[in-house]
Write a protein that binds this ligand. Structure first.
Ligand code: PGA
Length: 252
């Protein structure tokens, strides 16, 4: 039986008090799934510490949505990987498409961030994916491989840690359009092969993200190449979170 990962990216959907309320609800629900799930939530920076305290005695891990690549210093408004680690984070998203496309994050910046995440002993969840235009031009694989190469080539990665890659086609994020499960499987295979060539000694888990909903999660999770899901909008309500968690348990 292979456990599936269920990571929830809360983005900027919830205020601090809403984040705490959802964390309390998830704490209760998570008891239903006990050890059957590999699960984490990624609250806004403001709420990481408090949500981490609420979920302290549960199997739910905590992650940062973004980090800065320098540990400390005069970088107004930024937060380092080590700072997140200190308040309970285990994971960090890096290279999410909203950061790449809305905040101008480049492959070079993603590389600096992933190095900082590894250095701080957090687990990176590296997000990659093509835009609609790149897909239409037949460049999806090329774009994803360039993102992976920039982030992972010659990266010193600890042998005892899993590296997470989330395949999130940009056109599928927050749009209600999901990539066909068979296409996801093909891209995940390409990603697995490409990362294995770049980092042969590293264990990699590949998640799919982009409009995952309780209705389509089972078909995606049924693909053996899909190690889990990274979910935004559908994972910020307790009832849909529970349905997605149940889909992950059923897909093992
Ligand atoms: P979505 O977001 O589930 O709302 O499409 C996924 C993500 O951006 O991680």
């Amino acid at each position: 039986m292979k456990q599936k990962y269920f990571f929830a990216n809360w983005k900027m959907y919830l205020t601090h008090s809403e984040s705490l309320l959802l964390a309390e609800q998830l704490k209760k629900i998570s008891a239903e799934f006990a050890d059957e799930l590999e699960v984490a939530v990624f609250p806004s920076a403001l709420s990481v510490a408090a949500v981490s305290s609420v979920l302290d005695q549960t199997p739910i891990g905590i992650g940062a949505q973004n980090v800065f690549w320098i540990e400390k210093g005069g970088y107004t408004g930024e937060i380092s990987a080590g700072m997140y680690k200190e308040v309970g984070a285990e994971y960090a998203l890096v290279g999410h498409s909203e950061r790449r496309h809305l905040c101008g994050e480049t492959n070079h910046m993603v590389r600096q961030k992933i190095e900082a995440i590894v250095e701080a002993e957090l687990i990176p969840v590296l997000c990659v994916g093509e835009t609609q235009a790149e897909r239409a031009a037949g460049q999806a694989v090329e774009v994803v491989e360039a993102q992976l190469r920039a982030a992972c080539a010659n990266l010193t990665y600890p042998a005892d840690r899993t590296l997470f890659v989330a395949y999130e086609p940009v056109w599928a994020i927050g749009t209600g359009e999901t990539c066909e499960p068979s296409e996801v499987a093909v891209m995940h295979e390409r990603i697995a092969a490409f990362v294995a060539a770049l980092l042969p000694a590293t264990k990699v888990a590949i998640l799919y993200g982009g409009s995952v909903r309780p209705e389509n999660a089972a078909a995606l999770l049924a693909q053996p190449q899909v190690d889990g899901i990274l979910v935004g909008a559908s994972a910020v309500k307790a009832d849909t979170w529970r349905a997605l968690a149940a889909a992950c348990v059923a897909a093992r």
